[in-house]
Design a protein around this ligand. Sequence first.
Ligand code: SF4
Length: 436
Amino acid sequence: MAAARAGGGAGPGPGPGAGQPGPAALYVHWPYCRKRCSYCNFNKYVVPAVDEAAVRACLVREAQTLLRLSRVRSITSVFFGGGTPSLASPGTIAAVLEAVAGAAHLPADAEVTLEANPSSASTPRLTGFRAAGVNRLSIGVQSLDDAELRLLGREHTAAEAREAVEAARRLFPGRTSIDLLFGLPGQSRSAWARGLEAALGLCDDHVSLYQLTLERGTVLAAQVQGGSLPTPAQDLLADMYHTARDTLVAAGFRHYEVSNFARKGALSTHNLSYWRAEQYIGVGPGAHGRFVPWGEGSCSREARVQTLEPDAWMREVQSRGHGTRRRVVLSPLEQLEEVLALGLRTDEGITQERWGRFSPQLSLEAVFGVPGEAQELQQQGWLVLDGSGLRCSREGLALLDLLLPALLCQLQRRWAPRRSAARDGDEAVGVISSGE
Ligand code: SF4
């Protein structure tokens, strides 16, 4: 399924020793699915039986360990993703939330999202998730056309997707999101427009739209490479995206991130924390995190990845409390690259305050307000730099993948003199052994 991720929440920024443990978002990965979708290359496993009690104990223990190592005292949001977390029992979701609330402050109104597959989102199950503490659902509808759902290898029909969304809207009014895919092999412009209209008639106040990517190793990619399915044309894909954006905006949605639309303020606060480069802790097989492990005596922001394979991950959690496979101290430049690449995905862009927190010495103007790629993009009308910060225009947001390499080059060039002037050891960068 999908995803992916400021006010003092981003850790200390690049300056060693700056700041104190701040709040963080928490992601929990449930790695199991009942069936492999034809396009999916996420970290998911289809197994005959899941030892749920063991997985639950490991999720709880790893959440407690990472909260202790990060010294995070307040969790701003929790997101259960996968895999198919709606296959977990509500008791498992409740146990993880109880562990989080026992180790840190979890406000009663904190956003708690669960990704749900329509085939495991009956009213009784959703009622159980709500009682467990979930207050927002993200439903993997993907399409409302049965032939498209078969092509995607989905487990559910369009009617089941409708029922799941209707049940979710009754139980989570205003807090039900749907995921839709476009750019399927053979999908026409008019079929997409029809699907979009059907989705608009069904959806609540949040929609995520993803262009289907043909990932190597998937059944769908093999079918396209083998010639049994057509390759979607690039101009058609761009047209589908623009059609969707115009349709959703006309229906009152704010296009607040490249792939995300919300109305009535129903933005995903959890995902905003990724795009705003705030701290987040990743729990579960293959989960990613970005936080400062103050509890280990460090004051540097790290990128962390948990062990991918669930059985190996469980053994590690059972033996040392967590399954962190890789941790890398992010250099100041690497942090700024993330701030830039993630922040520009949103309509708010990168605020002056956020940039200043990560780059106290080199302002946004000093990097992007000088002759170079950024000024050219501003002249084209794709980028805006002003007193609020740096952001894409409406047209630029649709072209972000093309704009970003040039902006990253400009950042690296402007950063280089500062880096070469830094004394050895000032900017410690490296991979740390995972064996704490
Ligand atoms: S439900 Fe399908 S798309 Fe989602 S993680 Fe499982 S296999 Fe992948």
